[in-house]
Design a protein around this ligand. Structure first.
Ligand code: NAD
Length: 501
């Protein structure tokens, strides 16, 4: 039996547990959706995976009350005990990493070669933030002439976490682990297109000893459950990952209850290749950063800015490699690109094939769909593009790269920054002073020089402009999930102004 067939057999066994559907999980209990159910289908063959509870305002209200009721116990639990529970969550994820990866692939269409690591990265998120639980509340003392001023940090309260469908397990842990480590309780609203692994996560967390109500999962649609979560008065903050226009809605919906929002949004990230770069390594990184994870990744380098002196040679090699990328079943270990998440997203991505031609670009590779069973497309490269074309301006969020030539450093910088987004930038040059100048002026929250995106958990992750507000990672995560508190103690009899004497 091939590895693909073995994986399919394993998956079939795992999916039987979803035959009865996915319920919401509130205060450690299963609960149907107030608005009924919706179908969850696989992008691989469009088959029904399971029914999912369709949560609405009523379910969010129950979950917010559960999170609120559980808050004091979780906040006040000794840090070492909270840390131990979060470490057990990490161990639970590791123990079920294969199950998580297989389910994630079937639910999202992501290839197993990337998703097996995503599950383990989820465990790593829990370990990393668990290790900071013990000191996370520590503050400073800032002595003044008359007062001993101390600062301390306290968890903000119950928070909402709203996540998208691309690498949903990893992204959920990325938000939920620091929230729990900070001492917050959570209501999680996973993406409607990928509910399977959010269910596995809450189960693993409860098995690890997380008290009831500390993590609650409400499934459903953004404009129903998601909106109600943003509007709920008991929820103190919303950590959101998704599209920029949804981020704007999150802000509006939370205005009435003065929500603190952390927004991780879209991107149209440039990778700039100068002719003095190590072109073989640059080529590998350019390909990896747009065609891995189906190109459905916020940090993908979807605009290639290539210097005109090397453009012909670089694009020729690129075309050859892109045409070689293996599109196939996500559970086949050889597959590099799987199907896109949904019919709607497939229609959006494929619509750019004609848009590119109409705008005068060349479809140099791909530009076509594959089979009619699922939502498969050929990895695509557009050349002869300008930065004014829609293929260079809009986030396509698929395995689609737009190549734009430049001649000077100044021109490259101007094109790179000429976008509403500012999440990541990738620079390839061996000229050190140029790298220093360029990175200083490039408008992006994260920049890598002579490297693909390599995540290091202590570093700040987030975007500028329409790509987001706020940072994750290291202590930045805790700044969001916690309140800084100042307390001043008089050290003597300093003069107090006397009124009405
Ligand atoms: P989306 O904005 O459509 O949905 C994200 C989540 O928001 C889903 O759970 C959805 O149900 C919910 N939602 C939708 N409308 C809502 C509303 N009115 N109120 C509350 N919640 C609502 O995004 P998507 O299509 O699922 O994900 C793809 C997008 O996510 C891309 O733009 C991508 O760049 C972005 N993304 C960003 C990062 C980052 O770190 N910056 C990471 C991953 C994905």
């Amino acid at each position: 039996m091939s590895t693909l067939d073995q994986n399919i057999e394993k998956l079939k066994g795992l999916l039987t547990r979803f035959n009865t559907g996915i319920q919401n999980r509130i205060a450690g209990e299963d609960r149907g959706g107030a608005l009924g159910e919706f179908d969850n289908t696989s992008p691989v063959d469009k088959s029904l995976i399971c029914q999912v509870a369709r949560g609405g305002a009523e379910d969010i209200d129950a979950a917010a009350h559960a999170a609120s009721a559980a808050f004091a116990e979780w906040r006040d639990m000794p840090a070492t005990q909270r840390r131990a529970i979060l470490i057990r969550v990490a161990e639970g994820i590791e123990a079920r990493a294969e199950e998580i990866a297989l389910c994630e692939c079937w639910d999202t269409g992501q290839a197993l070669r990337f998703m097996s690591k995503a599950a383990l990265r989820g465990a790593e998120n829990f370990r990393y933030f668990a290790d900071q639980v013990v000191q996370v509340r520590d503050g400073q003392h800032l002595k003044s002439p008359t007062l001993m001023n101390i600062t301390t940090r306290v968890p903000i309260g119950p928070v909402g976490v709203i996540t998208p469908w691309n690498t949903p397990f990893m992204l959920s842990t990325w938000k939920i682990a620091p929230a729990l480590a900070a001492g917050c309780t959570v209501v999680h609203k996973p993406a409607e297109a990928s509910p399977l692994t959010a269910r596995l996560l809450v189960e693993i967390a409860e098995e690890a000893g997380l008290p009831k109500g500390v993590l609650n999962t409400v499934n459903g649609f953004g404009e129903e459950a998601g909106k109600a979560l943003c509007e709920h008065p008991k929820i103190r903050a919303i950590a959101f990952v998704g599209e920029s226009r949804t981020g704007s809605l999150i802000t509006k919906q939370g205005a009435g209850t003065l929500k603190r929002n952390h927004l991780e949004l879209g991107g149209k990230n440039p990778v700039i290749v100068f002719d003095d770069a190590d072109l073989e390594r640059a080529l590998d990184a350019v390909i990896f950063m747009i065609y891995s994870i189906n190109g459905e990744r916020c940090t993908s380098s979807s605009r290639l800015l290539v210097q005109d002196t090397i453009r012909a040679e670089f694009e020729a090699k690129l075309i050859e490699r892109v045409n070689n990328i293996r599109v196939g079943h996500p559970l086949d270990p050889a597959t590099e690109v799987g199907p896109l998440i949904s019919a709607e997203h497939f229609d959006k991505v494929t619509s750019y094939f004609d848009i590119a031609r109409q705008d005068g670009a060349t479809v140099a590779a791909g530009g076509e769909t594959v089979g009619d069973q699922g939502y498969f497309v050929r990895p695509t490269l557009f050349t002869n593009a300008t930065n004014q074309m829609r293929i260079a301006k809009e986030e396509i969020f698929g395995p689609v790269l737009t190549s734009i030539p430049f001649s000077t450093e100044e021109e490259a910088l101007q094109i790179a920054n000429d976008t509403p987004y500012g999440l990541t930038g990738y620079l390839w040059t061996n000229d050190l002073t140029r790298a220093l100048r360029f990175t200083d002026r490039l408008e992006a929250g994260m920049i890598w020089v002579n490297s693909e995106n390599v995540r290091h958990l202590p570093t700040p992750f987030g975007g500028v402009k329409a790509s987001g507000i706020g940072r994750d990672g290291g202590d930045w995560s805790f700044e969001f999930y916690m309140e800084q508190k100042h307390i001043g103690f008089a050290t003597g009899q300093h003069k107090i102004s006397r009124l009405g004497v």
